[in-house]
Design a protein around this ligand. Structure first.
Ligand code: PBG
Length: 327
């Protein structure tokens, strides 16, 4: 055969394969989501997310130490309060769970980077991401509460805030509040392109944040839509988002790709709880090779155009990168 092009030539050995790799990754781009809970001495495994735990503030430093050791430099904090009410006041309380966790974590591990999820659903008695008027989530009345929440997080030491509620105009409301409060330099990573997804199931068990009635389809996006994702990303950037996120990751890589071409800010992909739970369950049964699967999932997100990857597998991915198996 007189073939001129033989693509296999570049696959002949590991050194060459690594030389010509198109996707390079770095541990610095990983973010690890972490659940903090009221109480003392708590380190409880989340049933639907084996290997993931809820920590009370006093136990949090042990996990932060493990992360730092693994070379994962950024965490995203989610709070699980003791008390919930109609307007989610625990979200913006000065002594709220995330606020307390931040004060402790910043003191013990000042070199880690702390991002906070800004949302109401863990704090409202009805489990929706905003305040209600009847059975409707009231967009504009929620904005002030989200902005207050974001401000209280940065006051407690958050390095970045990440609103995940999907109310219209919330990035602008948060930006104005932070600027007015003297925090012009704190970035916002917006969950700009967040779909109403069954992949969040395990998270809602972990955080006790399932809606008491109805669903989130009136604020989170319809998963049939791709162009709308670009609209949401561009809108949030106009309002002041510094980073935009696409969520979930695995079934939405076309969206990651489109958004990353349409914007000039960093794009994050969030591999969510359902993705984690599926991998864990299949691996436990010996049906898949966990390390190889999580490698493909992560590389897929970066290959699609993400610069940042948020994953419950962050520590494992960091190790795989250290070992030169991916990246
Ligand atoms: C809060 C929030 C959710 C997730 C991140 N922030 C749940 C939801 O929207 O219901 C999901 C994360 C995951 O599934 O890992 N609104």
């Amino acid at each position: 055969m007189d073939l001129i092009q033989r693509p296999r030539r570049l696959r002949g050995g590991e050194v060459l394969r690594k030389m010509v790799r198109e996707t390079r990754m770095d541990k610095a781009s990983l973010i690890y989501p972490l659940f903090v809970k009221e109480g003392v001495g708590i380190e409880e495994e989340i049933p639907s997310m084996e290997g993931q735990f809820r920590y009370s503030v006093d136990r949090l430093p042990y996990e932060l130490e493990r992360l730092q050791h693994a070379g994962v430099g950024s965490v995203m904090l989610f709070g699980i309060p003791d008390h919930k009410d109609e307007c989610g006041s625990g979200a913006y309380a000065q002594d709220g769970i995330v606020q307390k966790a931040l004060v402790c974590a910043k003191e013990r591990f000042p070199d880690l980077y702390y991002i906070t999820d800004v949302c109401m659903c863990e704090y409202t008695s009805h489990g929706h991401c905003g305040v209600l008027c009847g059975h409707e989530v009231e967009n504009d009345a929620t904005l002030e509460l989200l902005a207050k929440t974001a401000l209280s997080h940065v006051q407690a030491g958050a390095d970045m805030v990440a609103p995940s509620d999907m109310m219209d105009g919330r990035v602008r409301a948060i930006r104005e509040k932070l600027d007015f409060g003297g925090f012009k330099d704190k970035p916002i990573m917006s969950y700009a392109v967040k779909y109403a997804s069954a992949f969040y199931g395990p998270f809602r068990e972990a955080a006790g944040s399932a809606p008491a009635f109805g669903d989130r389809k009136s604020y989170q996006m319809d998963f049939h839509n791709r162009r709308e994702g670009i609209k949401e990303a561009l809108l949030d950037i106009e309002e002041g988002a510094d980073i935009v996120m696409v969520k979930p990751a695995m079934s939405y890589l076309d969206v990651v790709s489109e958004v990353s071409k349409a914007v000039h800010v960093p794009v994050a992909a969030y591999s969510v709880s359902g993705e984690y739970a599926m991998v864990k369950a299949a691996a436990r049964n010996g049906w898949i090779d966990e390390e190889r699967i999580i490698s493909e999932m992560a590389v897929g997100a970066y290959r699609a155009g993400a610069q940042i990857y948020i994953s419950y597998f962050a520590k494992e991915l960091a190790r795989l990168m250290d070992e030169g198996r991916i990246g």
